[in-house]
Write a protein that binds this ligand. Sequence first.
Ligand SMILES: C[S@@+](CC[C@H](N)C(=O)[O-])C[C@H]1O[C@@H](n2cnc3c(N)ncnc32)[C@H](O)[C@@H]1O
Length: 538
Amino acid sequence: MPRRINYNDWSKEELIKELGKFNKRTKYGIVWEDKAENVAELCREKLPVIVEEKDKEVKSIKDAPTNILIEGDNYHALSVLNYTHKGKVDLIYIDPPYNTGNERFVYNDKIVDTEDAFRHSKWISFMEKRLKLAKSLLRDSGGIFISIDDNEIAQLRLLCNDIFGENNFVNTLAVQRRVKSLNSQFKETKSLNQAFEYVLVYRKTANFRYINPTKEANENRKAGYWNSFWNSADRPTMRYEIDGIKISKGQWKWERERAFLALSNYKKFMKAVGDESKLKSYWQKNNEKFFRENGRPMEFIKPTKTTIKYWVIPSETTIMDTNLMDYYVNDDTGKRKYGFDTAKHPEFIAKLIDIASTEYALILDFFAGSGTTGHVVLELNSRKNASRRFILCTDDENGICRNSCYPRIKSASKKYKGNLKFFKTVFVDGASTDLNKKRLVDKSTEMLCLKEDCFENEKKGKEYKIFKNKDKYLGIIYDDYGIEPFKKDVKRINKRFVVYVFSLDESSREDEFEDIASLVELKPIPAVILNVYRKIFK
Ligand SMILES: C[S@@+](CC[C@H](N)C(=O)[O-])C[C@H]1O[C@@H](n2cnc3c(N)ncnc32)[C@H](O)[C@@H]1O
């Protein structure tokens, strides 16, 4: 039993000492003025759901998993995902507005500029809500990677310590920025040019692991260098007779070393050299050095009149063993290709995905912008025979979703064989009346299909619907009149069903399904959805 203290009997000194103890208990960490946000306030009255735009579906391959693009504010999309994908996401990558004062950080319909006295508080309030929702989507082995620069890195680090726990901080990665004109920037800012930005890495629990922290040789061309050899001067020390080299039509191999010329390069090489007999010629290159440099694959041969250039790749794979990423963060072609100037570089995103997720991972980006993350997942799947899936969320600020992200992901899905569904967030009245519960159920179909990953329509009706995927069936019963005909279908199909059944209270109505109990797993709607929303929207 807690002891009740009567402070009336305490002296002034005793009271001051006691107050001191309370002060010490104040937590170390970030403090900010919480700023109400319209999109969150809206959820006190309206509840978000998603609806599909069917005409935007891409189906390139049968029975393959479906990737998802959700248009809308990510606070709403993440709330929906808290029902459909709690604990299911392996990796989150986000590239939120950096709060530079001149980009798209919009708070309550106004762009937050650098003069705004509450600019940090607004940004932190905005991020806190989203990161909390995002955390519960992660698996225990999952991690989150957040791009950020100096404007908010300090605040974000403390905020993430608060949300994920300081012990779950993993790394700050530094990534290079392509700086346009160093000199002119320096003149403008009178400070050193910022040549890198960051990625903060946090994990959900200690089960998070970097999966593949290696760097493939051909992944990063910068790591290699051009070299050349030529046949002009002829001095004994620089002479190397290419004797003993086995030459066949399709291949040129060093006998003692691993260096080789691939078929296509061989032809160019022969053309530049003139003919095969010239291979017995003298090359201006110290023998030993030549061999050492070429004990590695050579990639390109660029013949000019007298020289043959080749690209030397330092080694086939190396460990990416420091947090200094040898990648460029920004994609110069973003504006031209996707109408978006802050698009991230695909190679950089590919590296993050590669080091932090298995080939079956589910990847979420809820500041998707022009959709680089989705594009990269599709491309990696095709190149590395992986089967990662993604969920992208973005608003449609300046048409970024419909005019950039969707067309980009649509064409990548066709090119690399992925399936895509396009959803947008809409709202239903949230007041707890029977009519509103019914309305929520009527609008919950897509959410339930998304949760069960079950989209193929088997039976469409007003009172109930049946969907299937290659593993299971999904039944949704909207109305009491649907129960009996639905049960007949279950008996006919005679497979296991997950069944969402309309119920004004929390009961799953087991007694009404007793005769098919072994085939059905029953869940009451809208209770299963409302229980999640109640916790989020309080
Ligand atoms: C820096 S960009 C991301 C760029 C992206 N990484 C790419 O490579 O294209 C941030 C994006 O988040 C979107 N965004 C900002 N606030 C949002 C919100 N509350 N909900 C959804 N999207 C939002 C913006 O429209 C912008 O497109």
